[in-house]
Design a binder for this molecule. Structure first.
Ligand SMILES: [Zn+2]
Length: 294
């Protein structure tokens, strides 16, 4: 055995059981960004950002954006929430979902339902591979308002023009296998779609209720575990409708904290499972620990 440096090693798959449902979170990838503001806390000063970063043992010059789709196996159905970057992410340390699904015990053909939170590239990029459905047996569920907004295009911000092209290329061809969801609709027994508009025009989240235990898959209600939670009412450049996103963020964070909900968040630090606690004027992310296994 040599004793030289081995390089970083980071976990990328985690699984636990609620009551009957198995929940697997899988890291699709990670990107380094060279500033915190923008995108976050646009109404705060650099000094405030630096203080908050230091208080959380984080650098002030940038952040790591991680992408963690969730898989829920319940009642004989395997539901994948969002599809990562797919082939488009491979050059930049992302797009690992499909390979890691296999490591986690799921072949692409095992996915029964792909449930989209919204239509941004890190959530839809992996749905097709060379123009062919990546998950050949899947049906798709998507918020009706989200699909209609991207199809129509008039409410899509100019900086999302390339994203709209991606939607037209990847999502529209699958429309005949899609179910369009309203707030409160059931996806599979125990899994409810909930409106969480703002990060995108028709962003949805999903609540799993399983034998008295719950999990909220909140997608991009928050995009950073510190800056989104401590400044829930600050505008964020990632949000397509910033005002609606603030209202939703405050509503969902308040609910998660009050109800002690277990949460899976696409951009929370891996394994992207945790709780929300009130903290000053905002909130704090509490990563889950051994309570998942006992
Ligand atoms: Zn995202």
């Amino acid at each position: 055995m040599t004793t030289g440096p081995k390089g970083a090693y980071r976990p990328s798959i985690q699984r636990f059981t609620l009551a009957t449902a198995e929940v697997t979170t899988i890291l699709d990838g990670a990107h380094l960004r060279d500033a915190i503001r923008p995108p976050f806390a646009l109404d705060r000063s650099d000094a405030q950002i630096a203080v908050t970063a230091a208080a959380n043992n984080l650098p002030a010059h940038g952040f790591e954006n991680t992408y963690t789709p969730t898989v829920i196996s319940i009642a004989g159905q395997v539901v994948l929430f969002d599809t990562g970057f797919g082939q488009g992410g491979k050059a930049g340390n992302a797009g690992h979902l499909k390979g890691r699904l296999l490591q986690a015990g799921y072949g692409a053909g095992d996915i029964d339902v792909v449930a989209f939170t919204h239509m941004h590239p890190d959530h839809i990029g992996g749905v097709l591979e060379n123009g062919v459905p990546t998950f050949p047996n899947a049906r798709y569920v998507i918020g009706r308002r989200e699909f209609d907004a991207w199809y129509d295009g008039s409410q899509i911000p100019a900086q999302r023009a390339q994203n709209r092209d991606l939607f037209l290329k990847l999502i529209v061809p699958l429309a005949d296998r899609m179910t369009f969801l309203e707030d409160g609709d059931t996806v599979v027994p125990g899994l409810t779609a909930l409106a969480a508009f703002g990060h995108s025009v028709g962003h949805m989240m999903y609540r799993l209720d399983d034998g008295g235990k719950s999990l909220l898959v909140w997608g991009d209600v928050t995009n950073h575990y510190v800056f989104s939670l401590q400044y829930p009412d600050s505008p964020v450049a990632f949000d397509d409708d910033p005002d609606a996103a603030i209202v939703t963020r405050k509503r969902v964070l308040a609910m998660a904290a009050a109800d002690g909900l277990l949460v899976s968040g696409h951009h929370m630090p891996f394994p992207a499972i945790g709780y929300v606690e009130q903290h000053g004027a905002g909130y704090r992310w509490i990563p889950a620990a051994y309570q998942l296994w006992i």
